[in-house]
Design a protein around this ligand. Structure first.
Ligand code: FAD
Length: 493
């Protein structure tokens, strides 16, 4: 009889893990509490407007291609993945505008026009970022850093030997400001730690791996919307035999004598040889796993990542000043992060991310309209935050900031949906509403992040943004791969 593995949660990592486990011969049942799969990567239609509600930029698409390759499917037969150019249009507080591009030549030309003194700095910075990628990716992204047998693999030992070159002793901001003299460019390259929910003024400069991922390997969009990926993964999961149950919240992970025995759904007990939990590790230990108080306290002491406030606006009109991906920067980035991470309060001058998929897919909005996805960084949930007031203040600030660019939408918003950190808590069970799991604000964050194989309860594995290797689309998918490989290695008899 095949081994029975239960997956808790149908986000990217749960689906990626489920596909591999079913392919490896496990009887795989996936339970998702919501009506739709995809977790934070989801979609919504409001009237004639269609929105992605989570990720809008795809990096490292080869991680997804590899997943499909393993089950004999060519991803390009299913999805059209297009590179995005410009990667992002940056609007600065001083009125300057800069288009960033992953195309080397275009980037050179744009830099020459925007900050001629920093053209060489960009080249040098990329060489440095690439070096970090080359040294860390195998050990820190593609493998487990918590399993001794894997750490001792030759390629991973190389990383340990060059530990000083990982630049973990400076912050991202310190490193970036050594390369660039133009303060607007410093702000651009300070932005990347937010991709995993961290603070550039605290996060180790090792996170400068992210600009290489974006400029060196490219930024992409999935034709039809990012949710097409979840549909493709769902179909693949069903094809390899994963049984999927939506609208089915798991209420408990059962274990005895230090080994998992199954899960509970309401009162029903479902036996399992092993469990792959895609729910946030901290939330799982707080809500699904009894006893284990010491470890629970340790997990709760880890700093959650950033959260966010999302406005989905179906607007009337077409706005040629905007590209598909836009950032409207705040005036004082350090102050903004102090507010978000230290004071745990909403920023008074927020940096605004605005993405418009109807620029690529006109059918996502009516002929005379655009579908705007707006994200502002927010602190994780804490007491005393009044989200009703915060939402109305932010809405006003966003409209005012757009007016500075000559974009007047106050009277043009035809449909609207707002997602607050409370939604990230309640809908996806994100720890304190965080979007990316645990923050990477300290030098040893990568090692503090909970491992994919639980050390306390045998047969329990974790995958997703809150565990290794962290948040973001490719990393969540990779996390599902690492956890599934550990299960196949350890639970197959
Ligand atoms: C607004 C926003 C913008 C983003 N932008 C980007 C971007 O542009 N690029 C990028 O790479 N990343 C982006 N991200 C991050 C990316 O979406 C996440 O890192 C990734 O989707 C996380 O996947 P996951 O599998 O770890 O977790 P999740 O998506 O959180 O999936 C976990 C699943 O488990 C389910 N679950 C939880 N508890 C239970 C339970 N008890 N029983 C059953 N099911 C349960 C949840 O409902 C959920 O479906 C963004 C995220 C957000 C929210």
């Amino acid at each position: 009889m095949s081994r029975r593995c239960v997956i808790i949660g149908g986000g990217l990592a749960g689906l990626a893990g489920a596909i591999r486990l079913a392919k490896a011969g496990f009887h795989t049942e996936l339970y998702e509490k919501n009506a739709t799969l995809g977790g934070k990567m989801n979609e919504l239609t409001l009237g004639a407007y269609r929105f992605d509600t989570g990720p809008s930029l795809l990096t490292m698409p080869f991680v997804i291609e590899n997943l499909f390759k393993e089950i004999g499917v060519r991803l390009s037969d299913l999805l059209e993945i297009r590179s995005v150019d410009p990667l992002c249009r940056y609007f600065f507080a001083d009125g300057a505008v800069f288009d960033a591009s992953a195309d080397e030549r275009t980037m050179q030309v744009n830099l020459k026009n925007f900050a001629p003194d920093d053209v060489n700095a960009f080249e040098k910075f990329m060489t440095y970022c690439r070096r970090i990628y080359d040294l860390t990716a195998d050990a820190f992204i593609f493998d487990s850093i918590h399993e001794l047998t894997r750490v001792l693999r030759l390629k991973n030992l190389r990383t340990l030997l060059h530990i000083r070159q990982l630049d973990a002793f400076r912050t991202v901001h310190q490193a970036v400001s050594r390369y660039f003299s133009n303060s607007n460019l410093v702000q651009v390259f300070d932005r990347y730690p937010t991709y995993n929910g961290s603070n550039p003024f605290n996060a180790p400069a090792t996170l400068n791996i992210i600009p290489y991922v974006e400029y060196g390997l490219g930024g992409y969009y999935i034709k039809g919307g990012m949710y097409r990926l979840i549909e493709a993964m769902t179909a693949a999961a069903k094809n390899v035999g994963v049984r999927i149950h939506t609208d089915t919240p798991v209420s408990k992970i059962e274990y005895s004598n230090g080994r998992v025995s199954g899960i509970r759904i309401h009162q029903e007990f479902i036996p399992a040889h092993c469990i792959l939990c895609n729910a946030d590790v901290v939330v799982a230990y707080n809500q699904l796993i009894e006893n284990q108080r010491r470890y629970r306290n340790k997990l709760n002491a880890l700093e959650p990542s950033i959260s966010g406030l999302v406005f989905l606006w179906g607007v009337e009109g077409r706005y040629s000043r905007l590209s598909q991906h836009n950032i409207l920067f705040s005036e004082n980035y350090r102050f903004e992060f102090d507010q978000i991470f230290d004071k745990l309060e909403p920023p008074t001058d927020p940096t605004i991310y605005l993405s418009v998929t109807s620029k690529s897919d006109p059918e996502h909005a009516p002929a005379d309209g655009e579908n705007w996805f707006i994200l502002v960084n927010m602190p994780y949930l804490t007491e005393g935050q009044d989200w009703k007031t915060i939402v109305s203040t932010m809405r006003r600030l966003i409209i005012k900031r757009l007016e500075k660019l000559g974009i007047f939408v106050a009277e043009k918003i035809r449909v609207e949906k707002i997602l607050t950190p409370q939604d990230f808590l309640h809908r996806f069970a994100g720890n304190r509403g965080s979007i990316y799991g645990i923050s990477s604000n300290s030098r040893n964050s990568a090692f503090l992040r909970p491992p994919n194989r639980d050390r306390r309860i045998k047969g329990l594995y974790f995958a997703g943004g809150s565990t290794h290797p962290g948040g973001g689309v490719p990393l969540a998918v990779q996390s599902g791969k690492i956890a599934a490989e550990l299960i196949i290695e350890n639970e197959n008899n």
